[in-house]
Unconditional design. Structure first.
Lengths: 264, 268
């Protein structure tokens, strides 16, 4: 049941040199939604997601990004309380961004850094609660057997599920996933997408995921937001998206490329 | 497509005089500098190698008959030299870890990084023999002066190498740690250090290798160890014992080199 907005983006713009990655984007995300952000490469999907987590600043001006009712950034400056906000937002990256030389367990335990005492976090003296949470999370996404292995030695799919486990240990209320399956084979990709959907359905987490594969967006998400050249060109239910609009978003070759699961 | 038969074969490429001029200028300058340096460095004494060959033969002959009757003393002093190198390198690492991080462009603010870079350049620029002499004045003759000389010079060198390693890390894992809401220090401990640790260890081991040679030389100015013994024996014209000392040094330094190479190759 959708209720209050957990994320609110108002007139966010971002330029990289002359290129406008985001052009006055405004949108609300309500608690418990599962949203797909689609659009061609360079349309601003990743920039939008990274800006929400404060990993990137938007242009100074009237643009504001809020999470849980508090500011993440405004007027081109990351808000000072961003660390507290980040602890409640799990971020899944295309390249997993685990620390390759640390064990999968340690990587997942890092999710608790925001809520345990600083000195414990610095020395890696994980409290019992973190250890239990980490193993529970790893077991839930199905990679507990690899807990002791260096993250860098695992396959992409295993690492990505580890990254989801890290977000679980974080006790994140929102998960932002930036192309989480773009580097994975189809089987691993499906497992990751199903994990995300389970977290949304069973735990009520809000999930925003950027995707290249439109069929994944339609299959796993309720709401689809399409970006083109930094502007929102579609925001509505997944089943309201028509082929005509997709051709408009991706260009005329879309119909040839997208032969599977296309909406009528 | 058929290849056309050229009516005229083009000339091979040539370099014009203006293109060759800089090369000629540089080499010419080097030659001139070398010629002017003949007198100051007494290169004309090269003939003495032959006219004084009697001395050489005598010296060489005695060197060929090393006298190991005091080998316990030599091994003990060699071990002292290695210990100087160990402590010197250990202190250098303690200096280099915080300064190396603080000098890295990608994680340190400019106001901190620039002055520290200058300070580290300064530490590196002063030869350890000079620092050793200063410490001998300050704390007296002995191994401690050698330890401090090595620590300070190597501290500067390792800080630079450490910060270069930090500058070449992959920033994605650091961002992964940041996204969990971790503090700046957490990002460094969990995102940066695991990536640079093998490189840092390798650099520290490599410096330990070269420091065990430096520690030998530092003995010459009175910083204890096998070097001091070497210098005293040389001054006494005791070539049989000198030869034994040199052999002990060569064997020890070679062993350290091999051991450290082995450890480094397992690290990376």
């Amino acid at each position: 049941m959708p209720d209050a907005a957990v994320l609110s983006i108002r007139k966010a713009s971002k330029s990289f040199g002359a290129r406008r990655a985001l052009d006055g984007v405004s949108l609300d995300v309500r608690k418990g939604e599962m949203i797909a952000l689609i659009g061609p490469s360079g349309s601003g999907k990743s920039t939008l997601l990274r800006s929400i987590s404060g990993l990137q600043t938007i242009d100074p001006g009237e643009g504001v990004i809020e999470a849980f009712g508090g500011p993440v950034q405004e007027n081109g400056k990351i808000s000072s309380g961003v660390r507290r906000t980040r602890t409640r937002i799990g971020f899944i990256f295309q390249q997993f961004n685990l620390v390759g030389r640390l064990s999968l367990f340690t990587n997942v335990a890092l999710g608790s850094l925001g809520r345990i005492e600083t000195w414990r976090g610095l020395l890696g003296l994980w409290p019992e609660e973190t250890k239990t949470a980490a193993m529970a999370a790893l077991a839930r996404v199905g990679v507990a057997d690899y807990a002791g292995q260096r993250a860098g030695t695992l396959s992409g799919g295993q690492q990505q599920r580890g990254a989801i486990a890290r977000a679980l240990v974080q006790k994140a209320k929102i998960i932002l996933a930036d192309e989480p399956v773009a580097s994975l084979d189809p089987v691993a990709a499906r497992k990751v997408m199903e994990s995300l959907r389970d977290l949304n359905r069973q735990d009520g987490l809000t999930v925003v995921v950027t995707l290249h594969q439109v069929d994944y967006a339609l299959r796993y998400c309720d709401r689809v937001i399409a970006l083109k050249a930094g502007k929102i060109v579609y925001d509505g239910p997944a089943n309201g998206l028509e082929t005509k609009q997709l051709i408009d978003i991706y260009g005329p070759e879309f119909e040839d490329v997208f032969w599977e699961g296309a909406p009528k | 497509m058929a290849l056309a038969v050229p009516s005229e074969i083009p000339a091979p490429p040539t370099r014009s005089l203006t293109q060759r001029a800089p090369d000629m200028l540089v080499w010419g300058l080097v030659a001139v500098l070398l010629i002017f340096a003949v007198k100051p460095v007494e290169m004309n004494h090269v003939t003495k190698l032959f006219t004084n060959s009697e001395n050489m033969r005598e010296f060489g002959g005695e060197l060929l008959h090393p006298n190991f009757d005091q080998w316990r003393l030599y091994v003990g002093q060699m071990w002292l030299t290695i210990q100087i190198a160990m402590w010197g390198t250990a202190l250098a690492v303690l200096i280099a870890v915080p300064f190396g991080l603080a000098c890295a462009r990608n994680i340190s603010p400019v106001w901190l990084q620039q002055p520290l870079r200058i300070l580290m350049n300064l530490l590196r620029a002063i030869p350890d023999l000079v620092i050793g002499t200063l410490f001998i004045v300050a704390v007296g003759l002995g191994p401690f002066a050698g330890v401090m000389a090595i620590a300070i010079n190597t501290g500067g060198v390792l800080a630079k190498l450490f910060s270069e390693a930090v500058e070449s890390i992959d920033k994605a894992p650091v961002e992964g740690v940041r996204a969990t809401g971790a503090s700046r220090l957490h990002e460094i401990i969990w995102g940066v250090i695991p990536q640079v640790a093998p490189h840092w260890t390798s650099y520290a081991l490599y410096r330990f290798e070269s420091n065990s040679r430096s520690a030998t030389v530092l003995g010459l100015i009175g910083a204890g160890g096998i070097g001091q013994l070497l210098f005293e024996t040389l001054n006494a014209f005791d070539y049989h014992h000198l030869s034994a000392i040199i052999i002990v040094i060569i064997v020890a330094v070679t062993m350290i080199d091999l051991l450290s190479q082995l450890m480094r190759s397992r690290l990376l």
